[in-house]
Design a protein around this ligand. Structure first.
Ligand code: ZN
Length: 221
């Protein structure tokens, strides 16, 4: 049964759609500039729990992207959680979270996910987590790339960004990932420090291009 949001959540559902549509416009253009074709992710709004190609998720997981079905799962209670627990400015934090998850979708389309995730089988957990960190920072870079192109959104107030990054890292867990037959992108660990995340977000924001976003081969932290 499709998720039916309450009237209170309708506004948020609308906001999520607007931000997602903006990421689609921006990434379609960037892909085109690189001779590639962008394919929109599918948005799934849910409450309580949801089944994905990456396994079952409860609302405590927070927003996540599943490369296996190329769907973006947004739990609408997350918005309330951002406000209540983390006092993150709702609109900005939510926009950032969506842009970061879309960043994971971009990684899937570019083949980075496919290259990175199988390393889990080959490396020790510690070694693999280093790759996962670079993977997460790249999603932040791509969120920044989007912000560079986003029109009419007053996004970049220093304090807002910091709070949003903190909030985004503070929720979710890796339970899904452990259970999953496929893989899910965990949002609670291996995301790097707030400083690292901000730095890569700003790099993406300054560059506004895919180029410059190789977080794997870099001397930057
Ligand atoms: Zn992530």
């Amino acid at each position: 049964m499709p998720y039916e949001e309450s009237s209170q959540e309708k506004e948020l559902a609308q906001f999520v759609s607007v931000v997602l549509a903006d990421t689609e416009a921006v990434w379609s253009e960037i892909f085109q500039d690189n001779g590639l074709q962008y394919k929109n992710p599918i948005l799934v709004l849910y409450s309580n729990s949801v089944q994905s190609a990456c396994g079952a998720a409860g609302s405590s997981v927070g927003p996540f992207y599943c490369p296996g079905d190329q769907k973006l799962y947004i739990d609408l209670s997350f918005y309330q959680e951002l406000q209540d627990k983390f006092h993150a400015p709702g609109d900005f934090a939510m926009a950032y979270v969506i842009a970061h998850e879309v960043g994971h979708h971009v990684q899937t389309l570019l083949g980075t996910t496919e290259k990175t995730m199988p390393l889990r089988e080959k490396l020790s957990e510690e070694e693999f987590n280093k790759y996962l960190l670079r993977f997460e920072l790249q999603a932040d870079y791509f969120a920044g790339v989007w912000a560079n192109h986003a029109q009419g959104m007053d996004l970049l107030e220093e304090g807002d960004l910091e709070e949003a990054l903190t909030a985004a890292s503070a929720v979710g867990d890796d339970t899904l990932q452990k259970q999953a037959q496929g893989y899910v992108v965990p949002e609670s660990f291996t995301h790097g420090t707030s400083e690292q995340r901000k730095s890569w977000f700003y790099k993406g924001y300054e560059n506004g291009t895919i180029k410059g976003g190789d977080t794997f081969n870099t001397t930057s932290p």
